[in-house]
Design a protein around this ligand. Sequence first.
Ligand SMILES: Cc1cc2nc3c(=O)[nH]c(=O)nc-3n(C[C@H](O)[C@H](O)[C@H](O)COP(=O)(O)OP(=O)(O)OC[C@H]3O[C@@H](n4cnc5c(N)ncnc54)[C@H](O)[C@@H]3O)c2cc1C
Length: 416
Amino acid sequence: MSRSDVTIVGAGLSGLACALRLHQSGISVSNLEASDGIGGRVRTDRMDGFLLDRGFQVFLTAYPEARQVLDYADLDFRPFYPGALVRFSGQFHRIGDPWRRPLDGIRSLFSPIGTFQDKVRAGRLRQQVRAGSLEDLFRRPESSTIDALHAAGFSEAMIDRFFRPFIGGVFLDKNLEISSRMFEFVFRMFSLDDTALPSNGMGAIPEQLASQLPEGTVQTNAPVVKVQEGGVTLESGEEIRSRAVVIATEGPETERLLGEKKRSAMRGVTCLYFAFSEPPFSEPILFLDGDGKGPVINLCVPSQVAPSYAPPDMSLISATVLGCSEDADKHLEAAVRSQLAEWFGRAIQDWRHLRTYRIRHALPMQVPPVSEPFSQPVRIHPWLFVCGDYRSVASIQWALVSGRRAADAIIEAFSR
Ligand SMILES: Cc1cc2nc3c(=O)[nH]c(=O)nc-3n(C[C@H](O)[C@H](O)[C@H](O)COP(=O)(O)OP(=O)(O)OC[C@H]3O[C@@H](n4cnc5c(N)ncnc54)[C@H](O)[C@@H]3O)c2cc1C
């Protein structure tokens, strides 16, 4: 039986952010993680010299909380091209951010990915989502994203060819039922600064947080089965005692630990990685499926963004398929190859399949109403606190915020 001031269940970004804040305030922490590594949904595997993030994901350097808690220089972020290539009707069409790539932006005005008026509406939307504070953004009226896009006057062509593959890929929701607030938040972040990958993989983000904790703070392979006043019980039967407990797990697991009957649904995603000697495209750009035929909704070549994602003279390609396909690996791979052969030609038959990740609990559903992330209660009992992305808006930004808010509530409780 060991003892610290606070036990945190889960060493994803929210748990680690909470642990770091408490440690910096002189409060001792034990952070227990069920799996064999830290980072939760933000982990990177190394395979034959490739860096494989567990599911395609990106970091938006405008995240205000991340700017406070992460050392950007050390993470060595490598930016994507600000825009995308949309595959539609047998061709790629470039959608460039007119504010950062004016010439490409002007060319985009005349692409078949939406009308000229759609591009003007996109400019207006950009202005709206950047206006005011983040608090203001989360106080605005809320609807589903699809309703918000219709209300803003976007054409079906623009919605189907751009917003569905782009925003649908971000939130794993092709129907765009997710809250308009989440869409507006992400659109704001995309417009403010870079979309990027850390040169050592997305897993470098939680590793940086954990590296600032005293050795032994985080214990992996330590699943918690029960939380109770005075501590937690591990699957092994061991009890870890503490004054306070923080549950920093995914929504459904938090509900289980709290003894709630409800199990929140989550969205799943499948990510296939391939290797080849030549990149299919020379720019660090995101590809979107504007035809909507799938199965791939987006594709990127992470090694064109950050060369360290692949060994020298090799390229890493990541293809994202929404949902957790039950197809056997070889059937799914064949369907993906057949779609991508249309995009890039026969060369893709020589791509080597590296690995397929099926992530069942990737993101919370987050249909309206979603709670605004600044004042969600974090204290369940005098001794029990909660944090995690499901509490507000699923993303690295809000996972970090929720961890910090839980820590601040404990610091306040302990100071009384
Ligand atoms: C494929 C994918 C793509 C994404 N893309 C992006 C993106 O591009 N940009 C972005 O900002 N966000 C993205 N996200 C979302 C972002 O990764 C999450 O919002 C964030 O990492 C959630 O952190 P968390 O700490 O709340 O939860 P988690 O990361 O899920 O951490 C919870 C931890 O608790 C542990 N745990 C669970 N049960 C127990 C138990 N009983 N005992 C002990 N430990 C337990 C889990 O193993 C896990 O490590 C993506 C997520 C996925 C999966």
